[in-house]
Design a protein around this ligand. Structure first.
Ligand code: ZN
Length: 279
């Protein structure tokens, strides 16, 4: 793992700037669902005792010019056999991402980038299914995954490393440091939101007609937790979560972006699902 980290410095992200932004469009994919039988895990301040919560897992497919970028990679395929009960989580997956790509006439080989908001199992589960894709991940997340003191119990079990980080080297990995304009044209910008995990990030997607959207990873898990500024019990850093929430709120206020809380069913219902796109 140390050898992996030593290669990070050479892998910092950079794309050539485009003269003019190409067309960008976005759709939503179904990446699973979960019932939290004990919603109390969603508040380190002791709220929600005796309640349950239904959430969704969502992935977003973005076309940028000739590139296809997948934002978050859903649950591992073992949940197709679900629902599977693990502790308070009751988790199921109805369709794989690759299966849903067929509706769009796309093959797994057509995906050029897979960017993950963070490396938890429900956001990185199918990350190895795209043989030509370059993984986009925050440096702090890769470092946290390698650090037993920081590693989250929910980090994906080694699978992330099998395709993209293996044998002591990074394979098709673009490491981003903080807030990065991915294509140099303002259409897709990462926003580093440490707190849930050390290397969590959101994505600001600027659509020509629909306007800007913020895909917010797990900064918040449902609308009420955003409104009440509640922090799950398993977050890495409480103060960091609150600070990143403020940072994201400020971006949204400045850009008038639409916030998408990725696990919130209501936010996702407002977005078109494949094969329909927002542009
Ligand atoms: Zn999540």
């Amino acid at each position: 793992m140390k050898r992996i980290l030593s290669t990070l410095a050479a892998a910092t992200f950079s794309f050539a700037a485009h003269a003019a932004p190409p067309d960008v469009k976005m759709t939503r994919l179904d990446c699973g669902h979960m019932t939290l039988q004990d919603k109390a895990v969603m508040s380190d301040a002791g709220l929600y005792k005796g309640e349950s919560l239904d959430i969704v897992m969502s992935c977003y497919l973005i076309k940028h010019g000739d590139d296809w970028l997948l934002w978050d990679a859903g649950l591992p395929k073992k949940y197709l056999a679900g629902p599977i009960v693990e502790g308070t989580f009751r988790t199921g997956l109805d369709r794989t991402i690759v299966d849903q790509l067929k509706v769009l006439g796309l093959r797994p080989e057509d995906i050029t980038y897979v960017a993950i908001s963070h490396a938890h199992f429900d956001h990185a589960g199918q990350v190895n299914d795209f043989p030509n894709a370059t993984l986009i991940i925050q440096r702090a997340e890769l470092e946290a995954m390698a650090d037993t003191a920081k590693a989250s119990q929910h980090y994906i079990d080694g699978a992330l490393f099998s395709t993209h980080v293996a044998g002591g080297s990074l394979k098709r990995v673009k490491v981003v440091d903080g807030d990065v304009d991915l294509f140099g044209d303002g259409t897709l910008k990462t926003i580093w939101t440490p707190g849930h995990t050390p290397g969590s990030m959101a994505l600001l997607v600027d659509l020509k007609h629909a306007g800007p959207y913020v895909l917010s990873g797990d900064q918040w898990h449902f609308s009420e937790n955003h409104a009440r500024r509640q922090v799950p019990t398993w977050n890495y850093d409480h103060a960091g979560t609150i600070a990143s929430g403020k940072k994201l709120d400020d971006v949204i206020a400045k850009t008038r972006a639409t916030l998408v809380i990725e696990h919130e069913p209501a936010d996702n219902r407002r977005l078109p699902a494949a094969p329909r796109f927002l542009d």
